[in-house]
Design a protein around this ligand. Structure first.
Ligand SMILES: *[C@@H]1O[C@H](CO)[C@@H](O)[C@H](O)[C@H]1NC(C)=O
Ligand SMILES: *[C@@H]1O[C@H](CO)[C@@H](O)[C@H](O)[C@H]1NC(C)=O
Ligand SMILES: *[C@@H]1O[C@H](CO)[C@@H](O)[C@H](O)[C@H]1NC(C)=O
Length: 421
């Protein structure tokens, strides 16, 4: 009898030990250095696992705002999704969700690693690119494939997800996907999972803000810089820049200009050059499309302490995505000449110029934990089934993109057939 009791206690100790190891291992994986300086100050995890679920449910993010709502077009729902733990989810009992990556894993590790490494609140998902698993998968993720025989194999129990980061000008016709795609994952805020190039998030705790007294004009002798590789964009941006250059010094780097610098990744690179020498940066996108704001704006300009002049999405989209008072909207000016006059004025007035940098220190670009959010949503058993009857129409409504200014609706693209390559 005593023997059994001892064995029972030993087993308990052993189980407890394993549990502590598990929590210690899962809970202490360092943040991915490659993703710095994106911070993840809004920590989700505590190490007390049994209380974990409760704590999430008490969190201030509203779980009813996890799915897109046409009445709320400027809510990307990223923070809600990052904190979302479905009621039906049990970290120890819910069955694993298999996500089949139709176009391969790319840099992603297979299996559960990505979810554990990212400290997802819901991490019971695995990634695979093994085609044998396609039929068993809970979700199929399409990144570069838009058409093919595979559409015949549609298993209605699966969630099909379409991921797109390029604008409608640079993505093919999606008609063969009509009726097949359940969720979208794009830069658009009305996607099921918004996948922005970057997301600026104000500090929740304003005492984290840093007082900012720096003079951002200091030592900068040059005026406007532009780094550009694709000269034939769909929005007249090159013509605009050339016209602007008649009235203010514009240095064009890359394929469309005469100047060269090293890539943004290297030390002492384009990025250092921008920070040191230039006051303004043309963050002109290759497409004028709703919500289409890329790293050109966030990385090239904002994070290099240079004031961006933007062209791309409608102004209201920038106002929602950008830090407050952080950019100049090109279309606000009647002509490039008017813009140049304004830039000259800022160039001569450091106080006015520095007004555009007051936001610095009030927030960060965050890692939006895309795969964590995907895993959470896949575990939501109570979600209403959804799919896009006409995904092509969703992607290319008449208001999606314009060839020129947003203020003139006769430039909006209504017939897309001519734009497909
Ligand atoms: C806000 O941040 C400060 C400094 O980091 C900290 O002392 C304080 O407890 C935080 N407040 C809240 C409500 O988190
Ligand atoms: C996914 O889409 C299919 C149509 O392609 C539909 O029959 C199914 O109900 C959807 N599933 C969910 C969970 O939304
Ligand atoms: C709008 O664009 C069209 C076509 O380019 C042009 O004819 C028209 O004058 C423009 N309207 C305004 C108000 O600028």
């Amino acid at each position: 009898m005593r023997f059994y009791k001892k064995r029972f206690i030993l087993s308990l100790v052993f189980i407890g030990f394993c549990y502590v190891c598990y929590i210690a291992l899962i809970g202490n994986i360092p943040l991915n250095d490659l993703e710095m300086p994106r911070k993840h100050y809004d920590i989700l995890w505590t190490k007390k696992s049994e209380k974990l679920v409760l704590q999430f449910h008490q969190h201030s993010y509203d779980p009813s705002k996890v799915y897109s709502n046409p009445d709320d077009p400027y809510h990307d729902r990223i923070l809600e999704q990052m904190h979302f733990v479905p009621n039906s989810y049990d970290p120890f009992r819910s069955s694993e969700k298999i996500i089949y990556m139709f176009d391969g894993l790319g840099d992603l590790p297979s299996g559960r690693e990505k979810f554990v490494f990212d400290k997802c609140p819901v991490d019971n998902c695995v990634l695979t690119d093994d085609s044998i698993k396609m039929s068993d998968a809970d979700a199929v993720f399409f990144k570069d494939s838009y058409a093919g025989d595979f559409v015949k194999d549609r298993n209605p129990d699966q969630i099909w997800i379409l991921y797109m980061l390029e604008s409608p000008f640079h993505t093919p016709d999606l008609t063969t996907f009509n009726g097949l795609i359940n969720w979208t994952a794009t830069y658009r805020w009305d996607s099921t999972l918004t996948a922005p190039y970057e997301r600026f998030t104000l500090h929740k705790n304003i005492s984290m803000n840093k007082l900012n007294t720096r003079n951002y004009a200091n030592g900068k002798k040059k005026k406007v810089a532009w780094f550009v590789s694709n000269c034939g964009a769909m929005n007249q941006r090159l013509e605009y820049a050339k016209e602007l250059a008649k009235y203010i010094e514009v240095d064009i780097f890359g394929a469309c200009g005469e100047l060269q610098c090293n890539s943004f990744d290297e030390k002492n690179s384009c990025s250092k050059l921008l920070q040191r020498e230039y006051k303004f940066y043309l963050a002109f996108e290759n497409s004028n499309c709703r919500y289409y704001i890329t790293e050109k704006f966030f990385r090239n300009a904002l994070w290099n302490d240079v004031l961006p002049v933007v062209m791309g999405a409608p102004k209201v989209d920038y106002e929602h995505a950008a830090p407050p008072n952080s950019f100049i909207y090109a279309e606000d000016f009647e002509t490039p000449e008017h813009l140049a006059n304004y830039l000259h004025r800022l160039d001569q007035n450091d106080d006015e110029y520095n007004e555009y940098f007051k936001w610095k220190g009030t927030g960060d670009l965050i890692d939006t934990k895309f795969f964590c959010r995907l895993c959470s949503l896949l575990h939501d058993e109570s979600a209403t089934p959804r799919y896009y009857k006409d995904i092509e129409k969703w992607w290319r409504t008449p208001l999606t993109c314009t060839r020129d200014k947003w203020s003139n609706s006769s430039h909006y693209i209504t017939d897309w057939t001519a734009t497909f390559q």
